[in-house]
Design a protein around this ligand. Structure first.
Ligand code: M6R
Length: 628
């Protein structure tokens, strides 16, 4: 979950690497460092803490070379400290690494027996030693890396330079993502295109066990066992402004406010606003690599998709964190609208519990980053077991996107805040499209019903604008939350996953204890927690479960709990029994979760930011979880 940047070209590597690392800081932020050629030697500067500490150190540093690598770290082996920060340097070899070397203990022992001078507690430094040993023999960085790969086990990516070959970078991926950016007489390497989008729009995505050998501005690709391979250049249409804060205090706030646009972009390819029908666009079932999706014939593709939907008898939804809560909303939607049984699984559980995947199963994975290690492992396993797989990702061409049989996109644009917001609401919008499409394909939903559901969905972006307009009330409610000892978020139906998501947002941003519960479960244990210092956040839109939710709320209130409620319109009842009542507009149950989550996101945001916490980069977390 670390961030890697490398540069080889005529410009100043320091500025490019630091600006790239800033865009990647979401991947890890406990230490950072660079190694850049200067007067024929690699000068290394590292600092513990956020990137700012490195920037301060680099302020007066000058480098005359044109090659360099940089890293921002999320600690796995070895605590956050300067000595454990990357790049690791061994006899002119400089290396940055993302991921885990599983056999590091054996390697360490072997190196120590050979008398190696190991200066950090990381697994990464050991790889630098192995490459340095090889390069002593081969005098060729590419060969040295190649010879080293067989000795390493785990999921990892590396980028290496050697001061004896000052015009070469070698990159290898087997797990965490790496892209090569192609510029005019310059080449970049990074963990994510966000780091490079201001310099180039042309990218080559490394697949697992592929090596990029960059010499000057020439880039060649090889399999790990040394065979040359042809790679496709992907041109992205992102613009650099998409990854800037644009005047907002935090990325997270910007991303919360972008949600109406993001949801509109998520449904736009699939929904016809004139006929109020859904036809999923270019899913690509049939095994085509994602790069060709745009070239698919939409009509035949849709027919093929409908065939797949008709044939399935079960759906598994697999994801982690917030994406998993979106998946839980998907369960309600798909079961109700398409009448297929759905199981939702946390990826890290699914992959290790020997799941039974019957024939005719569709495995749907959800991942904003498309790189989450457990979700990736789950989709690989599902494929091996014969399931048809479909992914919903935000980052196109990410590993999960590339590996799935079928592809849907959140279309949210880059999400940089570590706490996921717009990817969550966009996913719920896509899941609405998917459930409607499945229902129609399977003949269990009539045309009139489809039209009603599509009308509700099309109304959501402007309803979201309406909710955002009440931000000052959410901020006011947030100002009181810090007085509480703990929080119980509750809801029923699709409001249950929203309660879980609300609690997660509070935990990860404000570091306060919060739990999300199905409201009907309160009397089976959690009611015992309630007293006047426990806040109850009740998600109670006016739907078929409203009356039951109110009964649960009364039970909690009777035990002294203080209530913050989210309901529909001007709800006198909720207003009268709540310390704070936050309203969303009337909406069909299939879309109300997209609206009820907004007050929860904003309350957590304001609380954390008023407490002075780093909203975009909460402690101990990283945006892209590429280790299990
Ligand atoms: O990229 P993914 O959607 O696969 O990420 C999954 C989780 O790591 C992610 O949703 C995480 O829970 C967020 N930080 C929550 O805000």
């Amino acid at each position: 979950m670390c961030g890697i940047v490398g540069y080889l070209g005529p410009k100043n590597p320091k500025d490019i690497i630091v600006s790239g690392l800033k865009k990647l800081e979401y991947r890890g932020y406990d230490s950072a460092g660079v190694a850049i050629l200067d007067q024929g030697k690699t000068k290394r500067v590292r600092a513990q803490g956020k990137l700012k500490a490195l920037e301060d150190k680099l302020q007066h540093e000058k480098f005359d070379g044109h090659i360099g690598i940089g890293h921002t770290r999320w600690a796995t082996h070895g605590k956050p400290s300067e000595r454990n920060a990357h790049p690791h340097q061994v006899r002119g070899i400089n290396l940055v690494h993302n991921g885990i070397i599983e056999n590091y203990l054996d390697i360490r022992e072997e190196l120590l027996a050979q008398g190696a001078d190991i200066t950090s507690d990381t697994d990464s430094e050991l790889v630098a030693h192995l490459i340095a040993n090889e390069v002593d023999q081969t005098k060729d960085l590419f060969k040295a890396v190649e010879n080293t790969l067989d000795k390493l086990r785990g999921a990892f990516s590396i980028l290496v330079m050697w001061e004896q070959e000052p015009d070469r970078l070698v990159a290898f991926k087997d797990g965490p993502p790496l892209v090569v950016g192609l510029g005019e007489k310059e080449v970049f390497v990074a963990s994510d295109v966000q780091a490079l989008i201001q310099y180039t729009k042309k990218f080559v995505y490394l697949e697992d066990r592929e090596v990029a050998s960059i010499k000057g501005s020439d880039v060649q690709f090889f399999s790990a066992n040394g065979f040359p391979i042809q790679k496709k250049i992907v041109e992205l249409n992102w613009n650099p402004e998409m990854v800037e804060k644009q005047g907002y205090a935090h990325y997270m706030l910007k991303e919360i406010y972008e949600q109406p646009r993001a949801v509109a972009a998520a449904i736009e390819p699939h929904v016809n606003p004139e006929t109020f029908t859904v036809a999923l666009k270019n899913i690509g079932f049939g095994g085509q690599p994602v790069q060709k999706l745009e070239e698919l014939d939409s009509k035949t593709d849709w027919a093929k998709t409908q065939e797949v939907f008709k044939g399935i008898e079960r759906v598994f939804i697999i994801a982690c964190g917030t994406s998993n809560y979106a998946g839980m909303v998907g369960k309600y939607l798909i079961e109700q609208l398409a009448k297929v049984p759905v199981e939702v699984d946390i990826a890290s559980e699914f992959r290790y519990r020997n799941p039974v995947i019957p024939p005719k199963t569709l495995v749907l994975t959800i991942s904003q980053s498309g790189e989450t290690a457990d979700t990736l492992a789950a989709i690989r396993m599902a494929k091996e077991m014969g399931a048809t797989t479909l992914s919903i990702c935000n980052v196109r061409n990410s590993t999960i996107d590339r590996e799935a049989h079928g592809h849907l996109y959140m279309n949210s644009g880059p999400e940089i805040g570590v706490a996921s917001t717009k990817a969550f609401t966009s996913t719920m919008a896509v899941l609405n499209c998917l459930a409607i499409a499945m229902g129609r394909s399977r003949g269990v939903m009539n045309e009139a019903n489809e039209k009603d559901l599509v009308r509700s969905l099309l109304a959501v972006p402007s309803q979201m604008e309406g909710v955002l307009a009440y931000d000052k009330y959410f901020e006011e409610a947030a100002s009181k939350l810090k007085l509480f000892r703990g929080f119980l978020y509750m809801g029923r139906g699709t409001s249950y996953p929203i309660a879980m998501e609300g609690a997660l947002k509070l935990k990860e941003l404000a570091y306060m204890h919060a739990e999300g519960y199905a409201a009907g479960e309160m009397k089976h244990g959690p009611l015992a927690l309630i007293d006047e210092r426990m806040a109850i956040v009740m998600v109670a839109p006016t739907d078929h479960l409203y009356e039951k939710t109110i009964s649960n709320l009364e039970e909690a209130r009777a035990r002294g709990g203080k209530v913050i409620s989210i309901g529909t319109g001007d709800n006198e009842k909720l207003r009268s029994i709540s310390e704070y009542y936050l309203a969303i507009p009337q909406a069909h149950w299939t879309v109300s979760a997209i609206l009820t989550v907004i007050p929860l996101q904003l309350m957590s945001y304001h609380l954390a930011s008023n407490l002075g916490y780093d909203v975009d980069q909460p402690r101990n977390l990283a945006k892209s979880v590429t280790v299990e």
